[in-house]
Design a protein around this ligand. Sequence first.
Ligand code: ADP
Ligand code: MG
Length: 410
Amino acid sequence: MGVSVSTSLGPFVIATLPDMAMAPIDRALRLFQQAFGGEPAGVWSAPGRVNLIGEHTDYNGGLALPIALPQRTYAAVRVRPDGVLRVVSDGMPGGPVSVPLTEVGPGSPGGWAAYVAGVFWALRDAGYAVPGADVALSSSVPVGAGLSSSAAVECSVGAALSDLTDLGLLADLDGRRRLATVCQRAENDIAGAPTGGMDQLASMLGTAGHALLLDCRDGSTQAVPFDLAAHGLALLVVDTRAPHALVDGQYAARRHTCQEAATALGVSSLREVGLPYLAHTLARLPDDVTRRRVRHVVTEIDRVGRFADAVEAADWRLAGTLMVASHESLRDDYEVSCQELDLVVKTAMAAGAWGARMTGGGFGGCAIALVDAASASSVEAAVLAAFAGAGWSSPVPFLVTPADGAGRDQ
Ligand code: ADP
Ligand code: MG
């Protein structure tokens, strides 16, 4: 059973510490009953994601290849007639946050509730009539680890609102794409995190047994079969637990540099710079930092296409080589890695992985390694030993397989 604790927010506000032995869907249901009374109209969930390759390409109109994760955020939801949103999460301290929808806007409400309220705001801004609601969240997606717990929150809520107000956006790819855009606007405009569209697209459009090839220039997507077990492979995620904060200035600074470079080159996005023209293009840029940032983006977009082809051809040696090249580009040219991520990659490769790289925005968070299933535990052990040897706190390794995108569970 969970433990009830009183909070400073008032005598009626009770938060329940999550009982991690319970499935998150049951935790969401129980939290709903405790926080709001009665039953929700249903429970919806959406996955976190891990990106196989194609980092910092989404906001440059490029390619990326994420998978949806088995780790999901569950939202138990019931609409309210009074235009008020109340939301509680067992991943966040304190009781329910309550806000009239008319008061939701950039910076309001602040904190984690913005990721939920923002979805209501963005749906309304897109012209959909969305009522108030009670929302209880429980998640198995690690928060702030680069696995997109934020998109999992937004997409679980977006899925619930689509169903509860008969928007029908989950029914086909086009509707799911539109809902992903709504969720991205919630994150950009209301939570104030200037992220690209990859996270929400992966959470909305991912399918079990497949990676999702995203073309962020036109929003088109393609499911790429990625059946790890059939090939005797495993995908190891290592959460370094090194702190990561996308809302800080680094991510925005990278975006800004890319935008300035595109403007200087007279193109709408760096996607328009083809690899054959890279040397010529770099010579037109004003400084070494900008040249390195652009070189990462252009070579990374090229690597995504070649990686997808390698997966299709089951050429794991080539796929692995491209993963390591991606990591080195992110480390040296884009400068978003850190020593913990570098150590995971170096150790996994020395222990026999096909490939390894940092994943997500960087500056901490997670690395991934593509390994033979039979060697997954020895690679994991080598990484744990390397961190212990460096005197760092233990990372959290786990295996993942591609899962389905957002939907109704109950
Ligand atoms: P990431 O998406 O990589 O996990 P972000 O910094 O983009 O990291 O998003 C993390 C933020 O999303 C949290 O600080 C919180 O505001 C919100 N969030 C994520 N998961 C939950 C959850 N289960 N309950 C409430 N808020 C959450
Ligand atoms: Mg995020």
